[in-house]
Design a protein. Structure first.
Length: 188
């Protein structure tokens, strides 16, 4: 009997998790997740810690994959990263895809939006994500030009926000910073 045709012994989940804690490379995690369902279940959280949407196509692909009957990814990610830099011009179809896809997923702690340089931030990424993730504690906004009232309204929609990073952010009223880090006291 070859090594590959032998059934794997069932190991306790605690032991599998200890082994997975010592595996540092994503390729190795993928390999061990294919061993059996128990290995997949334990490695799933480590494999899908964060998700990045670089373009509209990646949102469409994720939505199709998410509705697949064979999906094994979790509903919640540690970090959701939205990069709408090259999505101009914004069409009604883009907005629908973003709203629908972002409504499917949740982020436990961190959300990042990267804007294109000095482009004025359109309302739809902010509106699409507003109120979606009440558990977000860490928010990064990279680039773009904001109107101060809309910016503060958006920030107010994260009730548990503890850390805000602004990178190359500009406001219509003239305030501009290369890098600003704000920490808020944790909610009580």
């Amino acid at each position: 009997m070859s090594t590959f045709s032998r059934p794997l012994p069932d190991l306790p989940n605690e032991l599998i998790c200890k082994i997975l804690d010592n595996i540092g490379y994503k390729a190795d995690l993928i390999a061990v997740s294919l061993l059996s369902r128990s290995w997949l279940n334990c490695s799933r959280e480590r494999l899908f810690k964060d998700i990045t949407f670089k373009n509209r196509k990646s949102l469409v692909q994720f939505a199709k994959f998410y509705h697949s009957p064979y999906r094994t990814i979790p509903d919640t990610f540690q970090h959701v990263y939205l990069n709408p830099c090259h999505w101009d011009p914004f069409t009604a179809q883009d907005r629908v895809i973003v709203f629908v896809t972002l409504a499917l997923i949740a982020s436990k702690e961190k959300f990042t939006i990267r804007a294109s340089g000095k482009a004025v931030i359109p309302n739809w990424p902010l509106t699409a994500t507003k109120g979606q993730w009440a558990s977000i504690r860490h928010l990064e906004l990279i680039g773009g030009i904001y109107s101060a009232p809309k910016f503060f309204e958006y920030i107010g929609s994260f009730p548990k926000l503890e850390l805000l990073h602004l990178y190359a952010a500009s406001f219509h009223d003239g305030w501009e910073e290369d890098t600003v880090h704000y920490s808020f006291p944790p909610p009580r």
